[in-house]
Design a protein around this ligand. Structure first.
Ligand code: SF4
Length: 248
């Protein structure tokens, strides 16, 4: 059975974007947020994403905090990405090293062992890999996790993005969560469109969206604590009377 869209898709992005504006650089508390690249080669294929297809690079701005979040949707699409990663690793603020985070994650097709080693050496923390596609990508995702662990990352600090309320059905996302448990990695469930706060049922029902949120939160607790730290919250409580949408 194919997923059916439940709401018409004729609106502009809900999430605010910086596209068309100047390079984003801001400080929020102890964290500096910066933009180094816009544009993605998959922008014409992934129609749930508002990233532009045209590429634009920005220089490394003056760094003023020891925690820096890079907001780029696909930083590794930048042609000189490895040089920039090395340069970032050499920077200091007040004589102390800087920890970086690629908050929008890495596309598994662009992750090589060399890149992962440089990320680790340059003190990039909490690596995220995008697994927005189907279960069929499982071997590629498993390989990407292996690359990151070989570079020195622990499994429970690795996160996999998983888009929900999109064409990948609810039950297929549950099967992806099963694998993430086997791999002992965390999930970043991203709800189309604009996050759980703004999303309306598009390809999934509201009940499915609520249920995957609950199960994803519980999944991360299990991975982090290796026991269920909140047994009073039953992640299967919403299963009664749930109607599943199935791909196969
Ligand atoms: S979701 Fe990621 S890979 Fe896909 S178009 Fe957006 S930035 Fe590119």
């Amino acid at each position: 059975m194919r997923q059916q869209i439940l709401a018409p898709k004729n609106r502009k992005p809900i999430a605010r974007t910086t596209y068309g504006g100047p390079q984003y650089v801001a400080v929020k508390g102890n964290v500096q947020r910066i933009e180094l690249h816009r544009g993605c080669p998959w922008a014409k294929i992934h129609d749930y994403c508002y990233e532009p297809f045209e590429h634009e690079d920005f220089p490394i701005p003056q760094l003023v905090k020891n925690q820096v979040q890079i907001l780029d949707m696909n930083f590794l699409a930048r042609k000189d990405a490895l040089d920039i990663l090395k340069e970032l690793g050499s920077k200091r603020v007040n004589g102390r090293v800087i920890k970086y985070e690629l908050v929008c994650g890495i596309h598994f097709d662009l992750l090589t062992q060399e890149t992962a080693n440089i990320l680790k050496k340059s003190r990039f923390v909490r690596p995220r890999i995008a697994w927005d596609g189907p279960l069929d990508d499982q071997k590629k995702i498993k390989t990407a996790i292996k690359i990151l662990t070989k570079a020195g990352y622990k499994r429970n600090e690795i996160m996999l993005f998983m888009i929900v309320n999109w064409r990948i059905p609810y039950t297929e996302c549950l099967r992806k969560l099963d694998l993430m448990k086997v791999w002992n990695v965390k999930v970043c469930d991203c709800c189309y469109d604009g996050g759980y706060k703004h999303a309306v049922p598009e390809y999934w029902t509201q009940k499915e969206m609520d249920d995957i949120r609950l199960k994803s939160r519980k999944h991360n607790q299990l991975v982090l604590f290796r026991i269920d730290p909140q047994p009073s919250i039953n992640q299967y409580r919403g299963m009664k009377g749930l109607t599943f949408s199935m791909r196969k």
